[in-house]
Design a protein around this ligand. Structure first.
Ligand code: DC
Length: 226
């Protein structure tokens, strides 16, 4: 891979499509920075819930976001997310935080603040970023844009497995139901809904192993850089 040029890879798609697994592995192989933008919305949702803000009240959410001391740091090469001095990297992965994130991420002012922070963090680095609006909004000039998809059933099965591995098991039916609700919210909100950028490559990962997806993306990036 050309080491003399910085590049950016935007990976968007619905929950459970494998974005973070793929993005993390790709970034590691390419010695690039990985930014999981979902973790940032999760931290905002968690902070607002703790502050007792009604997440259905968009005006209250918008008014509260500027006071949240969110920051991202890299420890041992891994992304950590902080609220003030508290490392909430683990806490934001709790299943109940998913819906909080989906709600706060629908508020335009929250998105503005997060997009600005995401661009600032990535500035000057080769980066692999995953989320819902990376190719459409955060990095419109990304070297490579990918829309990663998989069937809802495959995505729910993957999420169940991931939760079980983290000792937070949830029944499949509940995970599937939550995922469909989140898909709906993420793709129907007015502000930057989950959509595929016109110039994104669509990849369905339902029948692919993670290393097959990573290899396909490496080949696409190689081509885009030449
Ligand atoms: O990828 P995730 O499950 O950690 O994302 C949590 C929520 O945050 C998801 O429901 C939608 C929202 N999100 C977003 O709106 N834009 C992003 N770039 C990333 C996540």
């Amino acid at each position: 891979m050309s080491a003399d040029r910085t590049f950016s890879v935007a990976i968007d798609g619905p929950a459970g499509a494998g974005k973070s697994t793929i993005a993390r592995a790709l970034a590691r192989q390419l010695d690039a920075m990985y930014l999981d933008t979902g973790a940032m919305y999760r931290a905002i949702g968690l902070a607002m819930q703790r502050a007792g803000i009604d997440l259905e009240d968009a005006a209250a959410v918008a008014a509260g976001v500027d006071d949240i001391p969110i920051s991202v740091d890299y420890l041992g090469g891994e992304q950590h997310i902080f609220l003030g001095d508290e490392d909430v990297t683990g806490a934001v992965r709790q299943p109940e935080v998913s819906l909080l994130a989906s709600k706060v991420s629908a508020v335009p002012h929250v998105r503005e603040r997060m997009v600005a922070l995401q661009r600032q963090i990535a500035q000057g680095h080769s980066v692999v970023m995953d989320g819902r609006d990376i190719g459409t909004k955060v990095l419109p000039d990304a070297t490579l844009k990918v829309y990663l998809d998989a069937s809802p059933e495959v995505r729910a099965r993957r999420r169940c497995l991931e939760l079980a591995q983290k000792n937070m098991p949830e029944p499949y039916e509940k995970v599937l139901e939550d995922m469909k609700q989140r898909d709906w919210l993420d793709s129907h909100r007015a502000a930057s809904p989950l959509t595929r950028a016109d110039d994104a490559v669509v990849l369905d990962s339902s029948d692919l192993a993670p290393d097959e997806v990573v290899a396909a993306l490496r080949a696409l990036l190689e081509k885009a850089l030449n």
